[in-house]
Design a protein around this ligand. Sequence first.
Ligand code: ZN
Length: 163
Amino acid sequence: MLEILTLGDERLKKHSILVPEFDGEIRLLAEQMFESMYQSKGIGLAAVQVGKLIRFFITHVEGDQPRVFINPEIVETSLDQELREEGCLSLPGLNSDVVRPSGVRVQAWNERGRPFTLEAESLLARVIHHELDHLNGVLFIDRLDAKKRERLIKRYDRQMQSS
Ligand code: ZN
């Protein structure tokens, strides 16, 4: 099992670098990340969350297939925005409403090195935005106003102390 890094780990604030090659290593990592994600009941996981600072994440939202995104790039985001509750495996127990574009078109490569373009809406779009943020060292709490962020971090610290 891969260990999932949590708030306070400096690696979560770092920019991830491009995946240099699509080899067996990346496929193995994808497999392990899916296992960890399912175990933790998550719907998305970025490589940086398991300590690998490469531009790579996975998703599996209800009603969709498991997906692998390597070196993803946003082609277009919708102008419409949506407020929706979010959580993160790196911030266990924390949830908050976050505003994000409701749709996204993203270009990436799968674990076999095949390029693809995907248009996503609603929950899948949200997860893609969330995971892309991870690749740039951004957590969902960084998208909140400072007061709300502080409140959440305090609550998180209290939870951590009592557990
Ligand atoms: Zn997350």
